[in-house]
Design a protein around this ligand. Structure first.
Ligand code: MN
Length: 264
C-alpha cells in the first residue's frame, strides 16, 4: 500500500468515526463524507431572509384534500382517510419570485395538469406527532405546484398499479422560496388560486382543506418518521386542468409571492 492510499484510508476511517460520533450515520444510510465515485447534487430551496438554503429530504404529497377536488376526482371526501404519495427529491424546480421560469412539458403525457398547493417545510422530525404539537415541527411555507400527468395517473389507477409515473417525474414539483414561520406565521386560512394565461382556473381558501397541515403531519408521522428537510405538499383545490406548451401558470397564496412558470 502506498503512503498516499494509507493516508486516504486513515482519513476516511477518521471521517466515518466522526460521523458515527456525531450521530449522523443511520443504518443503511451512507455518511456523506465517505468517498464516492461521483457526487449526487443535494436538492435545495432558498430560504427567504437567509443566505442558507433548505436541503430537501423527502417530498410528501397528500391526495384529495379539498372536498370539491375529491369529488371531481370521483371519490367521496366524507369517507376517505388521508392518503399520501411521494415525489423524488430532485423533482423540485425552484422558481424565483418575480420571474417566469421555463417549465418543460414532460414526456409520455397528453393531459398535463396543474395543482396549486401550499407546501410546509419540516425542520423538526418525529414519529406519532400529536396534531396539537404538529405546527411546532414546521419551519416555514412555500407555494408549489404538484404537476401531474393525469392520463398516466388515471390509467395506472384503473389497472390498480402505482401512480408513480403520473406524479413522480422530473420537474414535477415547482416551488417558490421557503418563508420562515418566524417571519410570516402559519397558513391556516387565506386565498389560494391559480391562473392560466391570466384566467382564473382554481380558486379556494386554505381553510377548506379536509385535513389541516397539523393533521397531515400527525397522520404522516404515524406511517413515517418525519425528518428535518421534509416537504409536505398539502393538496390542491378543485378545478384542476390541463396546460399545453406556451401556457403561463401563475399561482397565488395570500402572504406569499406569486409563482410563475411557462410551459415550454
Ligand atoms: Mn396534489
Amino acid at each position: 500500500m502506498s503512503k498516499m492510499n494509507r493516508r486516504g484510508m486513515l482519513q476516511s476511517a477518521g471521517l466515518m468515526a466522526a460521523g458515527a460520533l456525531a450521530g449522523c450515520a443511520l443504518p443503511g444510510v451512507a455518511d456523506n463524507r465517505v468517498k464516492t465515485p461521483f457526487v449526487v447534487a443535494q436538492t435545495t430551496v432558498p430560504i427567504v431572509g437567509s443566505d442558507q438554503q433548505w436541503p430537501v429530504r423527502r417530498i410528501y404529497c397528500i391526495g384529495r384534500n379539498y372536498a370539491a377536488h375529491a369529488r371531481e376526482m370521483g371519490s367521496d371526501p366524507t369517507r376517505e382517510p388521508p392518503f399520501f404519495f411521494q415525489k423524488p427529491t430532485d423533482a423540485i424546480q425552484f422558481v424565483t419570485p418575480g420571474q417566469t421560469a421555463d417549465h418543460t412539458y414532460p414526456p409520455l403525457t397528453k393531459n398535463y395538469h396543474y395543482e396549486i398547493e401550499l407546501v410546509a417545510a419540516i425542520n423538526k422530525g418525529g414519529r406519532n406527532i400529536p396534531k396539537e404539537k404538529a405546527l411546532e415541527h414546521v419551519y416555514g411555507y412555500a407555494i408549489g405546484l404538484d404537476m401531474t400527468r393525469r392520463d398516466l395517473q388515471r390509467a395506472m389507477g384503473e389497472e390498480k398499479k402505482p401512480w408513480e409515473i403520473g406524479k413522480s417525474f422530473d420537474q414535477s414539483a415547482p416551488i417558490g422560496p421557503i418563508h420562515p414561520v418566524a417571519q410570516i406565521g402559519h397558513f391556516e386560512k387565506g386565498a389560494i388560486w391559480l391562473k392560466v394565461n391570466g384566467v382564473v382556473k382554481q380558486t379556494a381558501n386554505l381553510n377548506q382543506m379536509i385535513w389541516s397541515v397539523a393533521e397531515q403531519i400527525a397522520k404522516l408521522s404515524e406511517a413515517f418518521e418525519l425528518m428535518p428537510g421534509d416537504l409536505i405538499y398539502s393538496g390542491t383545490p378543485e378545478n384542476v386542468g390541463p396546460v399545453v406548451r406556451g401556457d403561463v401558470m401563475e399561482g397565488h397564496i395570500d402572504g406569499l409571492p406569486h409563482l410563475s412558470v411557462k410551459v415550454v
